[in-house]
Design a protein around this ligand. Structure first.
Ligand SMILES: [Zn+2]
Length: 191
């Protein structure tokens, strides 16, 4: 070690060029000490190791896990991975809820068509509207229609037709209103 490096370390960086029994590695004289810095959920605990002139830092996440991160990646890493996992879990929950909503719609149309005690039965079941054989199983309904998109409900294109793949679509309230209007116009013409 040259005298210059020694002076630089001791007086400018405030480091001691000898091992004091510090945890982890000593910071090389030409590297900035990142210990104690925070990046999202991560706090830099100590220098883990250096390799090819690059420093790797041992970081501790608020969740308790540790992660070793290269200096260049410090500013773009925000957690040990738990943040990403939480986001994925949130998406999965939303996805699950969408599926439940679709199920409720499917259950609803079966009620309208087959439960004579249902209030809306007279507009459906009593008029001979059926749910096709394939759609007696929810899985098939889900395969054919997909999950219900936000703010859409199931609409039968032909009002006298059954609930079946060729006669159903996920429609917006506006589309449904248009369809109803066309229907009443047709009914007037027929009538
Ligand atoms: Zn974490």
């Amino acid at each position: 070690m040259s005298a210059l490096v020694f002076i630089y370390m001791v007086f400018i960086k405030g480091q001691k060029p000898w091992n004091e029994g510090l945890k982890g590695m000593q910071i090389p004289w030409n590297k900035k000490d990142r210990t104690g810095e925070n990046f999202g959920r991560l706090a830099v605990k100590e220098l883990h190791h250096t390799e090819g002139g690059r420093s790797y830092w041992l970081c501790v996440c608020v969740c308790g896990k540790e992660k070793i991160i290269l200096t260049a990646n410090l500013s773009r890493t925000f957690s040990c991975g738990c943040l990403r996992n939480e986001r994925i879990a949130a998406i999965k929950t939303t996805h699950g809820l969408t599926k439940i909503n679709t199920y409720k719609i499917w259950a609803g149309l079966k009620t309208r068509c087959y439960n004579i005690k249902a209030i809306s039965y007279r507009y459906y079941g009593a008029r001979g509207i059926k749910v096709c054989k394939r759609w007696q199983k929810f899985e098939n309904f889900l395969t054919d229609m997909g999950e219900r998109p936000a703010n859409r409900s199931i609409d039968r294109i032909d009002n006298d037709g059954d609930y079946e793949p060729s006669n159903c679509r996920w429609a917006t309230a506006k589309q449904q209103a248009n369809n109803k209007r066309q229907r009443s116009a047709k009914e007037v013409r027929v009538g």
